[in-house]
Design a protein around this ligand. Structure first.
Ligand code: UFG
Length: 344
């Protein structure tokens, strides 16, 4: 079966995608520099699928090592490029780290692809490119707003780099996937979100508070123009998101793409507030989340949720997991991880 390179394949979305790729028979090579991931995740993947993916500990910024990796795995037919830094706050403090990590790695891949006769690239982008949309739900042709952080800017520039490159080189094709807010974990609870240090994102903070690692959750802002005053996002189960990558890869390999660059929103189409997430988490899991309403977080968008019809109709993909099931899976993962850490 065809061999797929997954950069950042040990990370949160990457690892769930590796599982889905292996499940349908793809062979996977993972490139990851372990900068925000733990090599043990490979064992989690192996437990689920029975297959340990080939792992190359390489930084995608390192052109020479990437070149050698492509020589070694000369039968790679497509790349899913997750490897990137993704903490919004850190990107404001260390912009050059973000521009280097996120853009140089992409440029390296785009340069190496024609050399090694790889034509297909799936790129991880984000709903951050829309900023605060004027119209909700947001469609793929909504205007791109000025980025609010260097991180967001790397996703906008990344998309432009891909479009410009493909415009100049007919052999490369790409599917750009704009993620909304991935949460939850694999149903086995063998893999899940495992941030280093204090979590920036909502769900790992919620689960770590529930298990007692954090005293209380801070809800950033209660005076937004939303029904309960907290921000609204489109939370999507990470496994639903992972499955979209498999479909995107297959679409490119089957030559079913309608243009050399296609862009899709990956969301559920439903917006939920921070307080709704907390309430639902408490209900479905029977645990209390101590929380405090605090000031707004700088750079937060008030409300955003996806119009996923284009992905639904064109990719034949739809997010199917309920938010209740998703929040259950997040809690099961946190508990399983805590249990395992005690044993180790
Ligand atoms: N939130 C809290 N408390 C927390 C963490 C988050 O109230 O401790 C709130 C945020 O203010 C926001 C919502 O929960 O309203 C979701 O926040 P996340 O940080 O989980 O997600 P974001 O929507 O801010 O971030 C997402 C992606 C990022 C991407 C960003 C760009 O997860 O990778 O969109 O806007 F950079």
């Amino acid at each position: 079966m065809a061999k797929i390179l997954v950069t950042g394949g040990i990370g949160y979305i990457g690892s769930h995608t590796v599982v889905e790729l292996q499940k349908v028979g793809f062979e996977v090579v993972v490139v990851d520099n372990l900068s925000n991931s733990n090599v043990e995740v490979l064992s989690g993947i192996e437990k689920i699928t029975g297959i340990r993916p080939v792992f190359e500990n390489i930084d995608c910024v390192d052109y020479v090592s990437m070149d050698r990796m492509f020589e070694k795995h000369s039968d790679i037919v497509a790349i899913i490029h997750f490897a990137a830094s993704k903490a919004v706050g850190e990107s404001v403090e260390k912009p050059l780290l973000y521009y280097r990590n996120n853009l140089v790695s992409l440029v390296n891949l785009l340069e190496l692809m024609p050399i090694h006769k790889v034509q297909n690239l799936v790129f991880s982008s984000s709903c951050t490119v829309y900023g605060q949309p004027d119209v909700l739900p947001v469609t793929e042709d909504a205007p791109i707003k000025p980025a609010l952080s260097p991180y967001g800017n790397t996703k906008q520039i990344g998309e432009e780099i891909i479009r410009d490159t493909i415009h100049s080189n007919a052999s490369t094709k790409s599917i750009i996937l704009r993620y909304f807010n991935p949460i939850g974990a694999h149903a086995s609870a063998e893999i899940g979100e495992l941030p280093n240090g204090v979590p920036n994102n909502l769900l790992p903070f919620v689960t770590q508070t529930a298990i007692g690692l954090r005293k209380e959750l801070q809800v950033f802002g209660d005076d937004y123009n939303t029904p309960d005053g907290s921000c609204i996002r489109d939370y999507i189960h990470v496994v639903d998101l992972a499955k979209a990558h498999v479909i995107a890869v297959q679409r490119m390999l089957d030559n079913r793409t309608k243009s050399s660059v296609e862009t899709f929103n990956l969301g559920t189409g439903r917006g939920l507030s921070v307080l709704e997430i907390i309430r639902t988490f408490e209900q479905v899991n029977g645990v209390k989340i101590p929380y405090k309403l605090v000031a707004r977080r700088e750079g937060d968008i008030e409300k955003v949720w996806a119009e996923p019809s284009f992905a639904n109709n064109e990719l034949g993909w739809k997010a199917t997991e309920t938010v209740e099931e998703t929040l259950r899976s997040a809690w099961a993962w946190e508990q399983n991880y805590a249990q395992r850490s005690k044993i180790d």
